[in-house]
Design a protein around this ligand. Structure first.
Ligand code: PLP
Ligand code: COI
Length: 341
């Protein structure tokens, strides 16, 4: 199979239209057979539930070319499960988990020419999503839905790749206690657009959100979970019911313990403790592990000892082991790597 003639190494995190996408419709209480289409456009009634009351959710995962030339995805079953949970919270009909994984495989296979080559620094990003499609004017769930998956080749989420980022502590809250912070609903991202535009204007790469109830505990950023490393080499990550349960973060905790022999703990993290950590990183599918060099809290700077030039040493080990597993250089734990045949 001939790869597309793209300048893989120069790709940013953007949309490149590929050839095929998956579509399935929910109507009369059931999902249809579903299948691939070349039509990248969605045509909706003006009153569609998604357009009125934002009944939409999504997922994000990647396909990789391994060192020995296979095409693989990373833990797609966990994306299927998280989307199932998200749908339940939003009163949407959950998409069957086994069909989700099959649809992921079908989209990757159909767009194999767009899976960036090994070593290019790029990957194929998959975006499963679902929305209420029939007219809804009273506030209630739609009765018809569309589930789709498209894919696009991407480079690093943050410009500058592995260069440490500077974040600011946001004055806005991301998610309320008992709200929707732990699901991947479009509404969580709509509300983050104003804070991120403001943060970018002020020269920051992302916002650090604190817990809405007390504003004393670290939550996450708009698109990634936090990982910290203590001065005695322990990996710690915030525990909260109002952050997204990142698949990357859950995987890294296992990598830390089982591959690197480190202590790794998920616990509440008070903002006051952050100044005492040795390293900080953002983790997620898009972010992979992006190092953080500095966090600014209303003019007060927290500078991590790892500095502004390079990833901290433990962050680097985590990064290398995780990407080594994803790219087939390191043996994966059972079930983590799903090969596209
Ligand atoms: N937190 C938020 C708010 C996100 O949007 C994402 C991205 O999916 C993550 C965390 C990281 O999750 P994952 O590692 O499953 O991609
Ligand atoms: C992902 O990492 O897949 C996300 O959905 C995060 C988003 C900010 C791009």
């Amino acid at each position: 199979m001939e790869k597309k003639d793209l300048d893989w190494a120069s790709l940013g995190f953007g949309y490149v239209q590929t050839e095929q996408r998956y579509v399935s419709n929910f109507k009369d209480g059931k999902w249809d057979e579903g299948g691939l289409t070349t039509d990248a456009n969605v045509v909706l009634n003006e009153c569609a539930g998604v357009l009125q009351y934002a009944q939409t959710c999504f997922e994000g995962l990647k396909a990789y070319t391994t060192e020995d030339g296979r095409i693989v995805t990373f833990r797609p079953d966990l994306n299927a499960e998280r989307m199932y949970n998200t749908a339940m919270r939003l009163e949407m009909p959950p998409f069957p988990k086994d069909k989700f994984v099959e649809a992921v495989k079908a989209v990757v296979k159909a767009n194999a020419a767009y899976v960036p080559p090994y070593g290019s620094g790029a990957t194929l990003y998959l975006r499963p999503y679902m929305f209420g499609s029939n007219p809804v004017i009273g506030v209630k769930p739609a009765t018809e839905y569309q589930f789709r998956i498209f894919c696009t080749p991407v480079g690093p989420y943050f410009k500058g790749g592995a260069k440490p980022l500077t974040l600011c502590v946001s004055d806005f809250d991301r998610a309320a206690p008992h709200g929707t912070g732990n699901i991947k609903a479009g509404l969580n991202y709509a509300m983050s657009l104003h804070p991120i535009v403001e943060a970018h204007k002020a020269g920051y790469a992302e916002n650090m959100y604190l817990d809405a109830a007390t504003r004393t505990k670290v939550e996450e950023t708009g698109g990634a979970n936090f990982l910290f490393v203590t001065k005695d080499g322990k990996v710690v990550t915030p525990k909260s019911d109002s952050i997204l349960p990142s698949i990357t973060r859950r995987s890294l905790m296992i990598v830390a313990r089982e591959y690197l022999g480190l202590e790794a703990e998920e616990r509440e993290i008070h903002f006051d403790e952050v100044k005492d950590f040795a390293e900080c990183g953002l983790c997620g599918t898009a972010a992979v592990i992006s190092p953080v060099g500095k966090i600014v809290d209303h003019g007060k700077e927290i500078c991590f000892p790892s500095g502004m030039d390079e990833m901290g040493p433990i962050t680097k080990k985590l990064y290398e082991t995780l990407t080594g597993i994803q790219m087939g250089r390191i043996n994966p734990p059972e079930g983590w790597i799903v090969e596209i045949d």
